[in-house]
Design a binder for this molecule. Structure first.
Ligand code: 5GP
Length: 116
């Protein structure tokens, strides 16, 4: 399926929608999730137009995991959660609601799984 240029993360990347920006480099952007599942829930996205992991370039995938690790370490340092969940969904059938690749970084204080 063709990439939807009007999805909310594409608009955030173009500066057309506001977000709480946490980190940015040449290939990735990280910002707070608008409906956090816990305090500190943030997202990491590639700047390239990729809907799912299957569409993402190898360079984009490497950049996203690097930024995700960096942000998980920052969350650990800032909030000291006992656990941090990294979540990622591919396709609406798998629970993806925004059709631009993203990692969730979610501080966890219990053993419950994420509700997609
Ligand atoms: P998905 O279900 O696709 O894995 O997760 C999409 C995530 O994006 C959700 O956690 C949702 O709260 C978040 N989200 C949706 N729209 C916006 C938005 O406009 N701004 C921000 N910061 N997060 C959003």
């Amino acid at each position: 399926m063709a990439y939807d240029n009007n999805n909310v993360f594409a608009k955030i990347l173009r500066g057309e929608l506001p977000c709480i920006r946490l980190y940015e480099d040449e290939l990735t952007l990280s910002f707070m999730d608008i409906m956090p599942q816990s305090e500190g829930h943030l997202l990491v996205i590639p700047k390239e137009s990729a809907e799912t992991l299957l569409d993402l370039s190898e360079e984009g995938a490497q950049a996203c995991i690097r930024t995700t690790q960096r942000m998980a370490k920052a969350v650990k340092a800032a909030l000291q959660p006992p656990g941090i969940m990294i979540a990622q969904f591919n396709g609406a059938a798998a629970g993806q609601t925004v059709p631009h690749f993203h990692f969730h970084v979610i501080p966890r204080h219990d053993g419950l799984a994420m509700v997609a």
